[in-house]
Design a protein around this ligand. Structure first.
Ligand SMILES: NC(=O)C1=CN([C@@H]2O[C@H](COP(=O)(O)OP(=O)(O)OC[C@H]3O[C@@H](n4cnc5c(N)ncnc54)[C@H](O)[C@@H]3O)[C@@H](O)[C@H]2O)C=CC1
Length: 357
């Protein structure tokens, strides 16, 4: 696959040199994003119900790059040349016709969504940093106030760009439900080699400006019907807490009173960077139960273990609406355990960074 993506970008930039300037200098994350998007489209081609909203979000999110309708033709040609080359013997005229039709339909959905969005919403927001709190040496909580209101649903995420790294966008979940003052909070861990995360944690201060893309993501709270009445289980690993905190805030502000279990995992007690806030939420909303779980500190005197294992110590969550977010390995294993424990797939909502646009 690495060879095919390298060929694709080589071909795209050779035939359209002016497009290179739209991409960041380092293409590693970009390659992965393209692969994720294409995989998602190919896997969903027979289920347009899921694909239409996904392509709509993808099209709207691409406005921040300055993407125009003609760019889709350039990308389509480079993709076709790549598939033709790598599928070699298996490729036929019928397959090519089917592929062109599928690509054109997908591109048109993205273009239509972007055009409709252009009438009602900015392509990106300039946001002022109004608070910056270092909770551990490498985790910061950054509060932003977008210049014009950014409408989102609890559980969604945004792409963020720092002036330090032009054209490099990284995704962060919004860690709060919509607020009257329009501010949004991000939980950011500086990761090794992470350009944007290090810029946000160590080189950003109150008064700075960042660029924020449109809200995306489908891990949102139940919005009505029978499921809205269910109790909730939220399983958060590290900064994967962010969207789950937003969902819990949303549930609290909706006036509903379901029981909410939040299992909040970190490697050490010191990494439970948001525990004091969560305990405050717990004391004002008695239906919320916060359970901190520490996996790599034998001296910790609370609940110890790995999140997927800890779930088994509780009575079944078979009747709950379950939300899981954190490192991909943790999410995969937790989802598997919940399924094994009798939770139907439709009631498990997940968000991992590798599935992001
Ligand atoms: N910052 C944000 O807004 C969001 C972050 N995320 C993702 O959440 C993750 C958070 O990472 P960190 O804070 O560095 O977490 P971490 O690596 O410190 O781990 C947090 C918890 O997950 C458990 N864990 C880690 N890997 C596991 C595995 N393979 N199997 C079972 N349990 C495992 C740990 O035991 C710990 O309890 C990142 O992958 C990030 O991309 C997801 C959504 C939003």
């Amino acid at each position: 696959m690495a060879k095919a993506t390298a060929y694709f970008y080589g071909r795209l930039f050779a035939e359209n040199p002016h497009l290179r300037g739209m991409f960041p200098p380092a293409m590693d994350v970009q390659r992965e994003r393209l692969f994720n998007a294409l995989t998602r489209i190919v896997w969903s081609i027979d289920s347009p119900d899921g694909l239409t909203p996904y392509l709509g979000q993808l099209g709207r999110d691409h406005r921040k790059y300055g993407v125009l309708a003609e760019h889709y033709t350039a990308v389509g040609n480079a993709l076709l040349a790549t598939i033709r080359r790598f599928a070699a013997d298996m490729w036929s005229a019928e397959m090519e016709a089917a592929w062109v039709a599928a690509y054109t339909a997908a591109a048109n959905m993205m273009i239509d969504a972007a055009e409709a969005d252009a009438g009602v919403s900015p392509a990106w927001w300039l946001a002022e940093v109004v608070d910056h709190e270092l909770r551990t040496p490498d985790i910061a909580i950054v509060t932003l106030r977008p210049g014009t209101p950014l409408r989102f649903t609890a559980g969604q995420y945004v792409n963020v760009q720092s002036p330090r790294w032009p054209r490099v966008w990284r995704t962060y979940s919004i860690a709060n439900a919509p607020r009257p003052d329009n501010t949004i909070r991000l939980h950011v861990r500086a990761v090794g080699g992470g350009w944007v995360s290090n810029a946000l944690v160590s080189h950003t201060k109150i008064g700075d400006s960042l660029l924020v893309g449109p809200p995306v993501g489908t891990m949102v709270p139940p919005c009505g019907g029978g499921d809205a009445g269910r109790d909730l289980l939220c399983v958060a690993g590290g900064t994967g807490l962010a969207p789950l905190k937003a969902i819990i805030e949303h549930v609290i502000s909706s006036g509903r009173r379901p029981n909410v279990h939040l299992l909040y995992g970190a490697r050490t007690a010191a990494e439970l960077y948001d525990l004091s806030d969560l305990i405050r939420m717990e004391s004002s909303f008695p239906w919320l139960r916060v359970v901190p779980v520490v996996s790599e500190q034998p001296s910790y005197d609370g609940m110890r273990g790995r999140l997927p294992d800890v779930i088994r110590r509780f009575p079944s969550f078979g009747e709950h609406e379950c939300y899981v977010c954190g490192p991909p390995g943790m999410v995969d294993e937790t989802v598997r355990r919940l399924r094994d424990g009798g939770v139907p797939a439709g009631r498990i909502h997940r968000d991992t960074s590798h599935e992001r646009i």
